[in-house]
Design a protein around this ligand. Structure first.
Ligand code: ADP
Length: 486
């Protein structure tokens, strides 16, 4: 790894706890991070315990009080410096990301710039956390509304976007005047550590940002939810773990930001521009090898264009080059773990057994390891696992539908409500369908909806709270109202 970096100091094998870079925690244990493309060892990191997390929280608690007293402009200028450092070091950060996570280098660089865009955005928003004055309810009363930082925030993040998922929690928290103690996924902690190092170089005071590396996520999650110095937990990951954390946090009525699983429908109506829909499906389905929570999980194609869409999509899918993210021209890396491969295989087997057909792919890639062929299934029906569960892999199941009413009912028939997409040129239909879809986000004639300027988040069991946009910082402040009698 080090030989690939312009600045080798960005590859870190220590955790950042309470302002100290530590090689070992209380229990003295370590764990290995491996490259999913090659299986090679990338780094050995401290396997921290609950006691280490508590230390980080204590230090954050003290440091936050001072941080909150800085002017918004001072906080903003540190975030702005961090943004500049992320951009200046984007190639190295992308290399670290590809080594630990596997996504193609160009996509990794895209993620770094996407993560950086949240840091830039919240550097700007830091200065615009406005309150209110409200006309008094009695002649002698004056009312003022303040917004104050919530305090210490704990963050738990997943492996699929090791930089951006943390950056978009870290940035609004720190902008608002909070301190943040994070636990990155054990598969991909290096990206979080290099972000923390750059934050330190940008001038962020000690203990405002800790990165607790650990394989024992359950124990760290307990400390994060049970420690009363933590006032908010922000989590991106599966709905199952989100429920555990919500239950644990209930004891102290913890504020929660949850970005959980999705089961995104991608609907193509007969009147759609088919080529544009195919383009959108490629991005929405196969980006990050199908491992994003907003990836199209169910593709509903109207009967009139079903066969044409399937043929055109298969043509494009056949051009995807699977391989090591560092190889030129590769557009799909490996899946993250054996477990992920097993889930993809299980979903395909279940669909085939219930009558679906393979249009293209369907098998582990000839390269072996964690590589899987980009796949399209046709004749897919609602009784198959691909209809109900998030596959989180490169499988596009194509469902056939006849009417608008029917497809909306199928699209909404899930406990999830994160992203949805549809293609049509009919303005009335566009408004009808957009309003009917029970999702936090709707992509209309586009397969790519993530941007720092818009509120990212879900409804139903896909979570609560929003990340990015003017709404994003609201998740990190408390409202306090002052009632004056004059
Ligand atoms: P994924 O399928 O993306 O791995 P998870 O929800 O399992 O989704 O993981 C997302 C994050 O949650 C990771 O950082 C993981 O270590 C952490 N995690 C998993 N189980 C728990 C738990 N019981 N408590 C707290 N964090 C957890």
């Amino acid at each position: 790894l080090l030989s690939k970096l312009r600045d080798p100091s960005l590859a870190i094998d220590k955790a950042l706890v309470a302002g100290q870079w530590v090689s070992k925690g209380e229990n003295g244990r370590t764990f290995d991070v491996t490259n999913p493309s090659t299986g090679e060892l990338v780094a050995t990191l401290p396997d921290l315990s609950r006691a280490d997390a508590a230390r980080a929280i204590d230090a954050a608690y003290k440091a936050q009080k001072v941080w909150a007293k800085r002017t918004a402009k001072e906080r903003a200028s540190i975030l702005r410096k961090l943004y500049d450092l992320m951009v200046a070091n984007a190639d190295d950060l992308a290399t670290i990301l590809t080594i630990e996570m596997g996504k193609p280098l160009a996509e990794a660089k895209g993620e770094i710039l996407y993560g950086a865009s949240y840091v830039e955005w919240f550097a700007e928003e830091a200065k615009r956390v406005y309150g209110d004055t409200i006309p008094g309810h009695q002649p002698d009363k004056r009312i003022i509304v303040l917004k104050q930082p919530i305090g210490v925030v704990a963050a738990i993040t997943p492996w699929n976007f090791p930089n951006a998922m943390l950056a978009r929690k870290f940035a609004p928290a720190v902008a608002a005047g909070c301190a943040i103690v994070s636990k990155p996924a054990a598969e991909t902690p290096l990206s979080a550590l290099s972000l923390a190092l750059l934050a330190e170089r940008a001038g962020l005071p000690a203990s405002i940002f800790s990165v607790v590396t650990s394989r024992d996520s359950a124990s760290i999650g307990k400390e994060f939810t049970e420690n009363e110095k933590v006032r908010k937990l922000t989590f991106t990951g599966s709905t199952g773990v989100g429920k555990i954390l919500m239950r644990q946090g209930a004891e102290q009525i913890m504020k929660l930001g949850l970005e959980l699983g999705g089961n995104a429908p991608f609907i193509v109506f007969d009147d759609a521009d088919v080529d544009a829909a195919v383009e959108g499906a490629m991005i929405s389905k196969y980006r990050n090898n199908g491992q994003t929570c907003v990836c199209a999980n169910r593709l509903y194609v109207q009967a009139g264009i079903y066969d044409l869409f399937a043929t055109k999509l298969a043509e494009k899918v056949s051009t995807i080059k699977v391989g090591d993210g560092f190889e030129p021209g590769v557009s799909a890396g490996p899946l993250i773990t054996e477990k992920a491969v097993a889930k993809v295989e299980e979903h395909i087997a279940d669909a085939l057994q219930k009558g679906a057909k393979v249009e293209i792919g369907g098998k582990p890639d000839a390269k072996g390891g964690l590589f899987f062929q980009p796949t399209i299934l046709t004749d897919v029906t609602s009784d198959m696992k691909v209809a109900r569960e998030e596959t989180f892999g490169p499988v596009a199941p194509l469902f056939r539908f006849e009417t608008e009413e029917e497809v909306i009912e199928m699209a909404n028939d899930t406990e999830f409500g994160l992203a949805s997409y549809f293609y049509s040129k009919d303005v009335s239909k566009i408004f009808r369908v957009a309003e009917e879809l029970e999702y936090g986000m709707v992509g209309i004639n586009t397969g790519l909806i993530s941007t720092e300027v818009a509120p990212f988040g879900g409804i139903k069991q896909s979570g609560q709270g929003r990340e990015g946009s003017k709404y994003g910082i609201e998740d990190y402040v408390e409202i306090k109202y002052l009632c004056f009698s004059i």
